[in-house]
Design a protein around this ligand. Structure first.
Ligand code: PHE
Length: 339
């Protein structure tokens, strides 16, 4: 048998094969490599050759085997690809079709602000305390020195669930729960959702606060000022000034409203600070002696300060957002503006 003609013949047969030629291909392989196939027959025929021709003829047959093998391997891959294409076409799925790109999400601006504040306070030695959103009247009001029928309740229009059970109106409830559990010295923040029956462009029935509480011996109003001063510089810039205005909260005495100098105009007056040069950011004060005593902490031995700020409010100030609803409509285009 002429080795070259086997090669060309195989070449032609393979070239003629396309999709659905698996059977012919298998038959050709048996014909070439099978037990009584061409190559086996050729090897057998070696024994009839004179001894001096055998090595050369043997090598030629082996070379042919290698070439045929390579050709068949190549064809097998091609047939496999054709089979996959045919299956995909039969499915009617076009994997190359253009599809709209997936919108990639981003952190919510209020989450970014909460994280930034939390990191700051944790870095200054505060623990993070998680307090329930559904509260009793006792923790949300009475233990904070707001007895039933006290006019201070009108400051916070409350959602009641049952008699005595409500959605917390302030994270200040976390102060009481924490003081009942831990002995001073205490340094904690309590971030979380709060709820009030309030609804306009700057108030939402659900919003976020972060409470701060520090209790130790010899804590003074100066410590509160110092703590808020460095916090304000961290949050709004090095040149930020802090000012206290006298205020009233039942659970702090004295109580203050805290303003920072406007980070936008530096105090000259602009639209961010409504031309006042100052922006109100939180309420604070020295923890009322009655509150300490109610939690089993001796007010003659320990003193403390507390502060509470609105995270949505701070986000709105920083992002110059004038409607709180924009934060909760979940329009991804809006959220992406604050990446
Ligand atoms: N809980 C108060 C509020 O929601 C804020 C506050 C917290 C004031 C702690 C003083 C001390 O308005």
């Amino acid at each position: 048998m002429d080795l070259n003609s086997i090669l060309t013949e195989t070449e032609q047969k393979l070239a003629a094969m396309g999709a659905n030629s698996e059977r012919e291909f298998a038959a050709l392989k048996t014909y070439l490599f099978g037990k009584s196939g061409v190559l086996t027959e050729l090897m057998k025929s070696l024994k009839d050759l004179p001894p001096d021709k055998k090595p050369q003829a043997g090598k030629a047959i082996n070379d042919l085997r290698v070439k045929l093998n390579a050709m068949c391997d190549e064809k097998e891959k091609q047939l496999h690809r054709l089979a996959i294409d045919a299956a995909l076409n039969a499915d009617g799925i076009d994997l190359s079709i253009d599809k709209p790109e997936h919108a990639v999400g981003c952190k919510h601006p209020v989450s970014v602000v909460r994280k930034k504040l939390t990191d700051y306070f944790v870095g200054n030695g505060y623990i993070v305390y998680d307090s329930p959103e559904i509260e009793t009247d006792y923790y949300n009001f009475q233990a904070l020195n707001v007895p039933p029928d006290h006019p201070a309740r009108d400051m916070q229009d409350t959602f009641f669930i049952n008699e005595g059970i409500l959605l917390r109106t302030q994270t200040s409830a976390g102060q009481i729960r924490l003081m009942e559990k831990f002995k001073p010295p205490i340094k904690m923040i309590c971030p979380g959702r709060v709820f009030r029956n309030d609804d306009d462009s700057t108030h939402s029935p659900v919003f976020h606060q972060m409470e701060g509480l520090v209790i130790d011996k010899n804590v003074t109003l100066c410590d509160l000022k110092g703590a808020l001063d460095s916090f304000a510089k961290f949050m709004f810039g090095e040149q930020t000034q802090v000012r206290f205005r006298p205020s009233y909260f039942p659970f702090t005495e004295p109580s203050v409203e805290v303003d920072v100098s406007c980070f936008n105009c530096g105090g000259a007056g602009c639209r961010v600070c409504k031309n006042t040069g100052w922006i109100e950011i939180l309420g604070a004060g020295m923890v009322n002696r009655k509150v300490l005593a109610g939690c089993g902490i001796d007010p003659d031995e320990y003193r403390g300060f507390a502060f509470g700020m609105g995270l949505d409010r701070i986000t709105m100030i920083l992002g110059e957002i004038n409607d709180i609803k924009l934060l909760w409509e979940n329009d991804v285009r809006f959220l992406h503006m604050f990446k």
